[in-house]
Design a protein around this ligand. Structure first.
Ligand SMILES: Nc1nc2c(ncn2[C@@H]2O[C@H](COP(=O)(O)OP(=O)(O)OP(=O)(O)O)[C@@H](O)[C@H]2O)c(=O)[nH]1
Ligand SMILES: [Zn+2]
Length: 310
């Protein structure tokens, strides 16, 4: 029987089978993944094969290849990773241009990390009911910028349920990582998407923390129309990802595009003569804010500041 891992508590995995049952399962055999040293061989989002036994529980016998997965370091000292979730169809970053401000550096770091993980991202601008003319103008400028680069954007008001039907449509049948600064309205939004659950605003992590006595607890929230949201407690975004200096520009699509024409193949786009990226920034083909974010990742990389952000 094939199914989807939707929850993990300790050594038990809840598997939603393709015929609609939820079967508590354990791992059988010794799973080793080729390219990752991870503390958990199976994670939420994994597609698995299970053998159901007489008691109605099952053994996981096979894991399908993942199209992507997100990780965090198992602990500060360890080189091992913990897989937070696998097979994400998309990530949505909830952004507020005010109340509170989401900085472009925060947005761009999230986008670059998503590129590194090969997870498509959409930006959701929330609290549109609160914005005055200046905020609105800034929001439209950001939407123009990010849409041009290739990141779809939409505007919602979680509180008054504006724009939520379109959002529900986009979440249907998919595994979506939902992320955002504290205070952008993530709990409010999840509440509206899950009628009947009635989480108090600010309580979402408490809800997830039920059974938090195991450190490997992880769960996807099932949506009424099908599809799942991942909102892992304690993980602001994507967990940790290591980026090599030379790689970073690959995760800024428009910078990468221009870097073809740099004089030096190993150009860092900081100060080199004949740098096509710097020229494109000067000529406004690349936005200054994006370039600043690129530089900030380059500068902070390796420092804890960057790791804490995600
Ligand atoms: N005006 C307005 N306020 C909103 C909207 N969405 C959420 N809020 C308010 O913003 C505040 C923060 O909302 P939360 O849903 O708790 O935000 P959160 O992102 O879950 O924040 P944490 O719980 O800290 O992670 C609350 O006072 C909400 O009522 C919106 O669309 N418009
Ligand atoms: Zn360059």
């Amino acid at each position: 029987m094939k199914g989807l891992v939707i929850k993990n508590t300790g050594s038990w995995y809840s598997v939603r089978t393709d015929d609609g049952r939820t079967i508590e399962s354990k791992i059988k055999g010794n799973f080793r993944l080729k390219d990752i040293r991870s503390t958990n061989p199976v994670s939420v989002g994994d597609r698995v094969d299970i053998d159901i036994n007489n008691e109605g529980t099952a053994f996981i016998t096979e894991i399908e290849d993942r199209k992507n997965y997100i990780v965090r370091r198992a602990s500060n000292l360890s080189k091992q990773s913990h897989i937070i979730a696998a097979n994400l169809d998309q990530a949505m970053l909830i952004v507020t241009v005010n109340y509170p401000i989401t900085t472009t550096v925060f947005i761009d770091r999230f986008l670059a990390t998503a590129e590194a993980y090969r997870v498509p991202v959409k930006l959701i601008f929330n609290k549109i009911d609160r914005y005055h003319a200046d905020d609105q103008e800034y929001m439209e400028a950001l939407i123009h910028l990010y849409t041009t680069i290739g990141y779809p954007c939409s505007k919602i008001c979680a509180k008054k349920e504006i724009g939520l039907d379109e959002l529900r449509e986009e979440l249907k049948g998919k595994i979506t990582l939902l992320s955002g600064h504290s205070g952008v309205g993530k709990s409010t939004l999840i509440n509206k998407l899950l009628p009947g659950v009635n989480l108090k605003t600010g309580d979402i992590s408490e809800y997830h923390n039920k059974g938090m006595h195991t450190t490997t607890f992880s769960e996807m929230i099932e949506l009424p129309d099908g599809g799942f949201i991942i909102d892992t407690p304690g993980i602001k975004g994507f967990g940790t990802i290591e980026m090599e200096d030379a790689e970073i520009s690959h995760y800024f699509p428009e910078i990468f595009k221009h870097s073809d024409k740099c004089r030096f193949g190993n150009c860092s786009h900081r100060h080199e003569p004949g740098c096509a990226v710097i020229e494109a920034v000067e000529n406004h083909y690349i936005s200054e804010s994006r370039y600043r974010s690129y530089l900030s990742i380059l500068t902070d990389k390796g420092e804890s500041k960057y790791r804490e952000d995600f």
